[in-house]
Design a protein around this ligand. Structure first.
Ligand SMILES: [Zn+2]
Length: 470
């Protein structure tokens, strides 16, 4: 079976309650883990035009301690229990960088620092990681951090107001997640666990303008800065956080999403695959007999799926409905089961003499999508014939099936047509809309609203219920 794994970057963020933040309008330093834990290195090469400062951070400003203007290239090495700044020849420049910040000499004038070929604003902290390796951490102002984030979350070619809405969510995320990686000595990582951060090399004129035009703006709910959860595409209705993660959060309510561009997807799993997945998830049911959609939430999304087998049952609820399947294959919980073509194919007759079995079956999949597997025609003698992949395809909501003479003798009369909430054998076809958890702002809808002339605060206030922006 061919399965496509989306490579679109999608922030999948854990649910954290909003925390008050007192420093909305003034400069605030944030620490970003570049290399740490298993990725920590024995040494780093650093470069900056005009040299360096060794400095300290008080959380909002740098205090210069020592000028190092004679070298614009140096090496950070662990030696004699100290993190040393050395010349490329190994001569000591500064004895122990632990607790200090290495700044480019021109840091106040848009100067940047290069570490092993990657370029960042602000400065670098180095801490011991054990085993003689060194953690490398970028420390910089939150606004400069967002410069290096925004394009990775929403491409700079999108409309300005959508970029501005994303800038406010990215800034709000950063300030509400300070200390998320405190056990490793920094605030946020550079991956999708936090927000994708690529630094200075991923800054664009358009994204920087969007950040500058919303400088310092954050979202508040009930007087507190709140985290701007977002996902790619809502599938037509956003989700309440209580339906996805549990907990009642006043600004994360599901809303009808008339701006959502269509984002259809289809995937399928054989019952054997599902049995293995249930075993791996420690939810074994024996031989799988039936899969059912048991409940939908107020947004119309699937909130409970039940598997029934020969040795028990297993149930998925809320977010696990999506995450159980892994790999981004089930991209949202806005889906239907498209198993109907199997049941209908079992229940249609062609009179037993030609290839007239077409145009009569309900099918929820995409037009002209070839049905590649697991379609059986069952005769009244209970013998089944599996159709070849080239013999079935979807068209205008029906499944067209062409079968050759002899394959479809003595088929029984139709029963149970079109029930797509229960699948009883063969394979589970899932047809959905949207991508992501659906909580908060859908990025695709933000882009669509911006195209229609809405402003960034219109967009944010539509998807985050009752917020203030200031
Ligand atoms: Zn992280």
């Amino acid at each position: 079976m061919k399965k496509t794994i989306m490579t679109t970057v999608l922030i999948m963020i854990l649910f954290i309650f909003a925390a008050p933040v007192a420093f909305a309008s003034e400069a605030t330093h944030i620490k970003v883990g570049l290399k740490y834990a298993n990725a920590a290195k024995l040494s780093y090469t650093v470069m900056a035009d005009g040299g360096f400062y060794v400095a300290k951070s008080n959380g909002t400003e740098f205090e210069e301690i020592e000028q190092i203007f004679d070298y614009d290239k140096a090496v950070v090495n662990y030696s004699d229990t100290e993190i040393k700044l050395q010349t490329p020849d190994g001569a000591d420049i500064f004895a122990d960088l632990d607790g200090y910040v290495l700044l480019p000499a021109r840091y106040e004038d848009d100067g940047v620092i290069n570490i092993d070929g990657s370029v960042y604003r602000g400065g670098l902290c180095f801490t011991q990681n054990g085993d003689n390796t060194i953690n490398a951490i970028n420390i910089l102002d939150v606004e400069q951090y967002v410069y290096g984030v925004l394009n990775g979350e929403m491409n700079h070619a999108h409309p300005k107001e959508a970029l501005k809405a994303q800038a406010v969510t990215a800034r709000s995320f950063a300030l509400t997640n300070a200390g998320r990686h405190s056990s490793n000595g920094f605030d946020v990582c550079v991956g999708t666990h936090c927000q994708v951060y690529k630094g200075y090399s991923d800054e664009y004129k358009e994204t920087t303008e969007a950040i500058d035009e919303t400088a310092g703006l954050l979202m508040y709910s009930e007087g507190k800065v709140v985290c701007g959860y977002y996902s790619k595409n809502s599938g037509g209705h956003t989700q309440s956080s209580s339906d996805v993660w549990g907990g009642n959060v006043p600004y994360l309510k599901g809303v009808p999403d008339k701006y959502s561009p269509k984002y259809p997807w289809t995937t399928s799993f054989s019952f054997v695959e599902l049995e293995n997945m249930l075993d791996n998830a420690r939810k074994p049911v024996g031989e799988l007999k039936q899969v059912m959609i048991k409940a939908r939430n107020s947004a119309g999304a699937v909130s409970e799926v039940k598997f029934e087998g020969t040795e028990g049952t297993a149930t998925l609820v809320k977010e696990s409905v999506r995450t159980f399947f892994g790999g981004g294959l089930v991209k949202s919980t806005m889906f239907t089961f498209g198993g109907a073509e199997i049941e209908n194919a079992e229940t249609r007759t062609n009179g037993g003499n030609d290839n007239a079995l077409d145009g009569t079956f309900v099918y929820n999949g995409n037009n002209n999508q070839q049905i590649s597997k697991n379609i059986y025609v069952v005769g009244s003698n209970n013998n089944s014939v599996q159709l070849k992949s080239t013999s079935a395809y979807a068209s205008n909501g029906t499944l067209k099936v062409k079968i050759s003479e002899g394959e479809a003798q003595q088929l029984p009369e139709p029963t149970n047509p079109g029930n797509s909430e229960v699948v009883t054998g063969g394979s589970l076809v899932i047809n959905g809309l949207g991508f992501g958890h659906g909580v908060g702002m859908p990025q695709d809808s933000a882009i669509e609203m911006a195209k229609q002339g809405f402003t960034f605060d219109d967009i944010l206030k539509y998807y985050y219920t009752g917020i203030e922006i200031r």
